[in-house]
Design a protein around this ligand. Sequence first.
Ligand code: SF4
Ligand code: SF4
Length: 303
Amino acid sequence: MSARQGLIFDIQRYSVHDGPGIRTLVFLKGCPLRCLWCSNPEGQETKPELAFRRTLCIGCGACVDVCGSGAILLKDHRVEINRRKCTLCGECTRVCPSEALSMIGRWVTADQILDEVERDRVFYEASQGGITVSGGEPLMQACFTEALLKACKARGIATAIETSGYASWESMEQVIQHTDSVLYDIKQLDALRHHQFTGFSNQLILENARRIAGSGFPLFIRYPVIPGFNDDPKDMDALFHFTKTLPGVRHLDLLPYHRLGESKYAMLGRDYPLGELKPPTGQCLESLAQAAKKRGLEVRVLL
Ligand code: SF4
Ligand code: SF4
């Protein structure tokens, strides 16, 4: 794994929901989990991907002509991509006149990211903000994440990571020693249900949460509220109980399920996994927040 270059799929500025103060978010590509509600499916694969936005396509056929792999066909002015044949060379994205085709994921150095992060230094200083390295799962690129966080610290920029917690303790330790705050995702306390909806057990995630909390790190627990998966009273009770056992938890953040990522699945040639599932109502979120407060937790609903 390279410390010199990392694969990212986005950088977003002015976030106020992803760690203390105003933050710049850096999204690293690659995640070991496959949560069915994931709103950043373009962050899951560990390699660049070809995205196709059908609504932008004007049916000119330039991509068909340039593709040396025969991965694109035009039928009745309608583009069809055979992703098995695609070698991700990116040639089609360079000739597409309407930006219907694009590559997701670019290799960058820590210095290149820092140049962008530095632009908002004045906001970090005014708000005690900084950089938050997210994903995907940043610990899948632990060496690069470590190098990036170290470089930020050397320049006096506060650091945070957002992690699924699904990583070896060695990777976790390597990274959190350069991290001021940890945003830690807990998705379901029941191991079987967790496996059913993410593809993996939660055992490692819960173990790592205990170890980080035991090391005294400021922790922000983040819980996606997914109707029918993790929002019934038993689920919430287990979450509150577990959170209370962790020292150093600053907030429990509830993140309501939304469908904003739906179009990204189509762009990647994938089906949206959750069908017509509806987001939780405001009333439901309010009652979950009230229940958390009654248990003595500092809770926020992040919309
Ligand atoms: S990325 Fe390359 S191989 Fe894939 S569809 Fe485009 S031109 Fe063809
Ligand atoms: S080059 Fe772009 S606009 Fe033209 S057919 Fe291909 S995807 Fe559509």
